[in-house]
Design a protein around this ligand. Structure first.
Ligand SMILES: [Cu+2]
Length: 147
């Protein structure tokens, strides 16, 4: 009888420990876009104990959220959409100005400094769904030294 009880206990505990394995998100912020802009860039740091891929991002503040990367091409900064962002186990990935970012496409209303923007980050592990992480990012004006 005791064995039986332990079996059920392990079933209950399992989903909780699994949820803790999903990526940790920190330093989330949205760069205050220029007045009238339809898009805004968001930055954050992702870290996971296991290899994961950030496969989809949504936000109630915009029609769509894309994962973008920036790189220099013939002296021009070029922005490119990534289908997913791969995370290596234990290796933090920083989305920051001048590099990787999340792009809010078609803002539903203009953003002001100090506004809170919600994001849902959906992760995959291999071909399976690993889970979703909710993030709140604060709108901030870019620092003078950011580029
Ligand atoms: Cu972009």
């Amino acid at each position: 009888m005791r064995k039986f009880a332990l079996f059920f206990l392990s079933l209950i505990v399992m989903p909780i420990s699994h949820a803790a394995d999903i990526a940790k998100v920190s330093d989330a912020w949205v760069r205050l876009p220029p007045p009238g802009a339809q898009v805004a860039a968001a930055y954050l740091t992702l870290e996971s104990k296991q290899a994961l891929s950030l496969s989809n991002v949504t936000s109630p503040a915009a029609e769509a959220v894309e994962i973008h990367t920036m790189s220099m091409h013939g002296g021009m900064m070029e922005m490119r959409q990534l289908p997913a962002l791969e995370l290596e186990a234990g290796k933090p990935v920083k989305l920051e100005p001048g590099g990787l970012h999340l792009m809010l496409i078609n803002l539903k209303k203009p953003l002001k400094e100090g506004d809170k923007v919600q994001f849902v980050l959906n992760f995959k592990q291999g071909k399976g769904v690993a889970g979703a992480v909710g993030v709140q990012a604060t709108v901030k004006a870019a620092k003078a030294h950011a580029h």
